[in-house]
Write a protein that binds this ligand. Structure first.
Ligand SMILES: [Zn+2]
Length: 91
């Protein structure tokens, strides 16, 4: 482990031999089968998609479809992330 490892979230230095957490997440584009521009012809829809992605780099486009995240975080950030991800009880 890197001696100068820091928490990716708060920047706190992680002590060697101390407790830290590896956070791994994947964001994957989800397609529900619904195409918004119904009624418009396919050419028009494709044109819109083309203009939406124009100016984006290949890297950015890939991120839109699939993004893998891996962070090392300290225990207090771990707790906060856990709270953030806990959607139970919310509607
Ligand atoms: Zn932290």
């Amino acid at each position: 482990m890197d001696l100068k490892a820091r928490c990716a979230r708060c920047g706190k230095r992680l002590k060697k031999g101390g407790v830290s957490y590896r956070l791994r997440a994947e964001l994957i584009s989800r397609f529900d089968g619904y195409i918004q521009d119904k009624g418009k012809d396919l050419d028009e829809t494709l044109e819109k998609i083309e203009s939406d992605v124009a100016g984006m780099s290949e890297e950015e486009l890939e991120k839109q479809v699939y993004q893998k995240i891996e962070y090392i975080v300290c225990p207090s950030c771990r707790d906060e992330i856990e709270r953030f991800l806990d959607t139970e009880g919310k509607s």
